[in-house]
Design a protein around this ligand. Structure first.
Ligand SMILES: Cc1ncc(COP(=O)(O)O)c(C=O)c1O
Length: 477
């Protein structure tokens, strides 16, 4: 597998979708930061495995023994992919990064006197779980939207030993900026804290090395999501010291997590089983391991340099375009994974995104991307404005929801995809789009009049009974 033939390996790459006016166009998918499409290699691995699939652990039949072996090995494949020393660390399969962070926060034996340092740049998933258990300090950003490392250092110095965990992104889902995680790990360790890295946006874009446990730059804990790594089968992973998870009670209890149960006692199993309550998602694990094998085969360095080339290509065009506001740094693009946040001057972010999809067959995303504090910081939303907007949203009116548009790249993205994005942007800037768009104030989304695709012609499903307003108000990724 190479980058050249990779596009053929993407499920659905040639899909054509309807656009306003009745035509169909090749779909250009630029929302890879939310979820990537599946790799054929992943699909093949799942298909090859399915005839042998059976429930794992403790079954005595051949299929169960085989499935157990494959599923357990998948844990190690993921651990090796991130450079974990598997003699001392364990790989726990969870649903996704969000579940991984909740588990870690639940299991970290924190109290209100303990501090967790995170940053205003984080996805809500690497912020809200910590708030439940400890006192959280948010490290701010510099004027150009980077993590304020000096402020982090100051906080660590000020609160030596009280900081238990520094919880930081590997790469931002808004600006794509990479955090200097090994440098932060050294600072955290020196202050007596541990580091957790949210690698949701990192794992499919850059090689990760947690480093040996005795290295000062060692990453203590790390989480990732398979659906952002070309294996959308419902699995994620949390990697961390086995000894940490051997202590205390698991956060979810039931089958699988115990060795022995009497009517008044439970003896816990060893990690990772202790932390994977109930019947695990075997297929998800198989799929994630298969994705890791394909990514390894292509080479993470190759992926990083391809992405860098595309970012240079895109930013050169964007910088030359009038009427576009870019957020975060626009130079030194090696410091960023393939995420491009922008707005078109005078055009609501939700309208830009709707036109892209409806007239350009381009899949992007808009809004605050589950990182409200960072997006508002980049947009320069002041406290008073924020208060007014929050009151509007609480009252059910999302029409003025602040936000931006995000185009995000995958390893299979090519220059043609970027060109398609630029062409549509030019059209929006020049107001050369055709549709008449109406905003739904409850969801904030814009819909083109007369554009009513028949989704059931593509995939069979039952007619939903809940109205769109009650389904679409929340945002993710
Ligand atoms: C940086 C970051 N962290 C965490 C998450 C949460 O990942 P998941 O939705 O897979 O739990 C995301 C999702 O977009 C993300 O971008």
């Amino acid at each position: 597998m190479t980058l050249q033939n990779l596009r053929e390996e993407i499920v659905g790459i040639d899909a054509e979708v309807p656009i306003l006016g009745g035509d169909h166009r090749r779909y250009v998918f630029l929302d890879n930061a939310a979820s990537t499409p599946a790799l054929r290699g992943v699909l093949r691995a799942v298909e090859q495995f399915l005839p042998w699939y059976s429930g794992v652990h403790r079954g005595t039949g051949f299929k169960s023994l085989l499935s157990t072996e494959v599923f357990d090995a998948a844990h190690d494949t993921v651990g090796r992919f991130v450079g974990a020393d598997l003699r001392a660390n364990t790989v726990i399969f969870v649903k996704n990064t969000t579940e991984a962070i909740n588990k870690l926060a639940n299991r970290a034996r924190l109290g209100r006197d303990d501090l967790v340092l995170t940053s205003v740049m984080e996805h809500h998933s690497n912020d809200l779980p910590w708030r439940r258990h400890a006192t959280v300090h948010h490290v701010g950003v510099t004027r150009d939207g980077r993590l304020d490392l000096a402020a982090l250092q100051r906080l660590l110095r000020e609160h030596q030993r009280r900081v238990k965990i520094v919880a930081i992104h590997g790469a931002s889902n808004i600006t794509g900026l990479l955090a200097p995680v090994h440098e932060i790990a050294e600072l955290a360790h020196r202050a007596g804290a541990r580091i957790f890295v949210d690698a949701a946006q990192l794992a499919a874009h850059r090689a990760i090395d947690m480093l040996p446990d005795d290295d000062p730059g060692h990453l203590d804990f790390l989480a990732l999501s398979a659906h952002k790594m070309y294996a959308p089968f419902g699995t994620g992973a949390l990697i961390g010291p086995r000894a940490f998870f051997e202590e205390g009670e698991p956060d979810a209890v039931g089958g699988g997590v115990v060795d022995i149960v009497t009517l008044d006692e439970a003896v816990w199993n060893r990690p990772p089983h202790k932390e994977e309550a109930g019947s695990p998602n075997v297929l998800g694990g198989v799929a994630l391991a298969a994705a890791v094998r394909v990514l390894r085969q292509i080479g993470m360095e190759t992926i990083a340099s391809h992405e860098h080339h595309l970012m240079e290509y895109a930013y050169a065009k964007l910088s030359a375009m009038r009427g576009i506001t870019l957020y975060g740094p626009t130079e030194n693009l090696t410091e960023k994974v393939g995420v491009i946040p922008f707005n078109v001057t005078g055009v609501h972010h939700a309208l830009t995104a709707a036109i892209m999809g409806t007239e350009g067959a381009i899949g992007v995303r808009n809004g605050c991307f589950c990182a409200h504090p960072y997006v508002k910081e980049l947009l320069g939303v002041g406290l008073e404005e924020d208060r007014i907007l929050t009151a509007e949203i609480r009252a059910g009116n999302r029409s003025r929801l602040p936000g931006m548009v995000r185009a995000s790249l995958g390893c299979y993205t090519n220059e043609e995809d970027i060109d398609a994005l630029m062409e549509m942007l030019e059209r929006i800037v020049r107001q050369e789009y055709h549709g008449s768009y109406v905003q739904n104030t409850a969801t904030g989304a814009f819909l083109a009049e007369g554009f009513v695709p028949d989704f059931r012609a593509y995939v069979p499903f039952d007619e939903p009974t809940t109205p769109p307003e009650s389904r679409a108000a929340s945002e993710a990724s």
